[in-house]
Design a protein around this ligand. Structure first.
Ligand code: MG
Ligand code: ZN
Length: 468
């Protein structure tokens, strides 16, 4: 409620200012701001319209300010990214909560993708590892199911889509159309830790089963292995999740050509790899101390049968567009996964691929200004841009990689949030999985209601912005 009051105050003030200063005429002529005409128009539209027909939510997993900046610098420091076309920006805090017997639950400053996803999907804080359920006394005690923004959109007659480069049952895509106590309960054979939530036990079943049962109109990503597991309870017993989806009317495709050929007015399930989808770029492994001689990343590593995130976004919009509007979430998942792995080129390639998908969404928004586009990250991460000239005791203490940027300069990235080797000992090698970090994340917006992103807010506030 506090947030809503603040937003209304901003909107009312802005409209009052517009009325008394002739800002409308200034906006029309593009003379009021030292900004280009497109930016001025976008801001004016955001001031006056809070009712988007379509919503596209783009999420870079683990894409904090260092990650997006590293991708920017690698591509050429003076080059613009697509995300720079989004005129309204702010910051969101991302803290989750600890288990407890009752509210208020104590803050956990370093969240995971399940708790952060639950924030924008439901507007509520929960514990790490939990998918669109409330907090509870422990990980093992399921919380209450929380209504998601996707469910709200479906109730309003909108089509809905969920796209990711991860397994489509991974935490970020899961939060929209599943409610379960532990993120690992992805397929029917992964339910040991969620025994009271299986279909046999009268529950809603695994994340994959719930995504199908929710009749999400477009589901595109990796994770065939989860969907090929056999259902062991309820009316679909004995079928794989893929078979149950096909029986419920889904068109099923498994490669880029199959996706291109889809032209059906029925739900589409596209699973393009067994696990997470392949990375776009590769490069040198990280090392302790000074790191490698600077080299360029090797681009174009994704197999052609796996569609790019931009291609999946284009197709999803094509399939979802309809008279009543749509809600679409698009995730670039492996920015986070390669940040964990101290794989600088892997991380940068996924960030650039994400920016390409942002470009697709913004091109659509330009042709359809009744569309809200929001871009953010779910939490910050490890990688840091550090000095290329460090030596001796100034060397970074973590795992570093030196890259030759498109400006011909050295970009030194270091990862140092895990790998302690003990008192007086060097870090352990190879690098263990790095930690998420707790810094606030950037949020960008364009279109009706994008005014909401201004200032510093919390990820739970996105729920209302996205239509919750
Ligand atoms: Mg994710
Ligand atoms: Zn992570």
């Amino acid at each position: 409620m506090v947030m809503q009051r603040k937003r209304l105050t901003i909107a009312a003030t802005a409209l009052a200012v517009a009325a008394t200063t002739g800002i409308g005429a200034a906006v029309a002529t593009g003379t009021f701001f030292s900004k280009d005409r497109d930016t001025v128009r976008a801001v004016a539209r955001a001031l006056g319209d809070r009712h988007p027909k379509n919503v596209i939510f783009l999420l870079g997993d683990g894409m904090g300010t260092q990650e997006i900046t590293a991708a920017r610098y690698y591509q050429g420091a003076r080059n613009k990214l697509n995300v720079d076309r989004m005129p309204l920006t702010g910051f969101d805090t991302t803290w989750s909560v600890k288990s407890g017997t009752s509210a208020p639950y104590l803050p956990d400053y370093d969240p995971d993708s399940a708790s952060t996803g639950t924030m924008w999907a439901t507007g509520q804080k929960t514990i790490d590892g939990r998918i669109s359920q409330s907090p509870s006394s422990s990980q093992d005690v399921p919380g209450n199911n929380l209504q998601t923004v996707l469910e709200h959109a479906q109730r309003r007659g909108k089509k809905v889509g969920d796209v990711s480069t991860a397994r489509i049952t991974d935490a970020t895509p899961a939060v929209l159309a599943a409610h379960i106590s532990k993120r690992g309960c992805e397929g029917p054979a992964n339910m040991a830790a969620c025994a009271t939530e299986t279909k046999t036990a009268g529950g809603p079943g695994s994340i994959a089963e719930q995504q199908v049962d929710h009749k999400v109109d477009v589901l595109l990503g990796g994770g065939r292995d989860r969907y090929e597991q056999t259902i062991t309870g309820g009316p679909d017993t004995g079928k794989t999740v893929v078979q149950s989806a096909q029986d419920k009317g889904f068109e099923y495709v498994t490669d880029a050509d199959g996706l291109s050929a889809v032209n059906a007015d029925k739900p589409v399930l596209g699973l393009f790899s067994s696990g997470h989808m392949a990375l776009e770029w590769s490069g040198p492994a990280s090392s302790t101390g000074k790191g490698n001689e600077p080299v360029a990343c090797t681009e174009g590593q994704r197999p052609a049968d796996q569609p790019s995130l931009a291609a999946m976004t284009t197709k999803a919009i094509d399939l979802l567009e309809n008279r009543r509007g749509f809600f679409l979430q698009v995730e670039s998942a492996s920015i986070d996964k390669q940040d964990h792995a101290t794989n600088a080129c892997g991380q940068l390639g996924e960030t650039v691929a994400f920016d390409n998908a942002i470009g697709v969404a913004l091109d659509y928004q330009r042709r359809h200004p009744d569309t809200l586009v929001i871009t953010t990250a779910d939490h910050s991460h490890t990688s840091e841009i550090v000095s290329e000239d460090a030596s001796g005791s100034g060397l970074p203490t973590g795992y570093s990689t030196n890259l030759l940027t498109k400006d011909g300069q050295t970009l030194s990235l270091t990862y140092g949030t895990a790998g302690y080797g003990g008192d007086g000992q060097p870090p352990v090698t190879p690098a263990p999985s790095q930690q998420h970090t707790g810094g606030a994340v950037p949020v960008w917006g364009i279109g009706p209601r994008s005014l909401d992103v201004l200032g510093t807010n919390d990820h739970t506030d996105l729920f209302e912005t996205l239509g919750g």
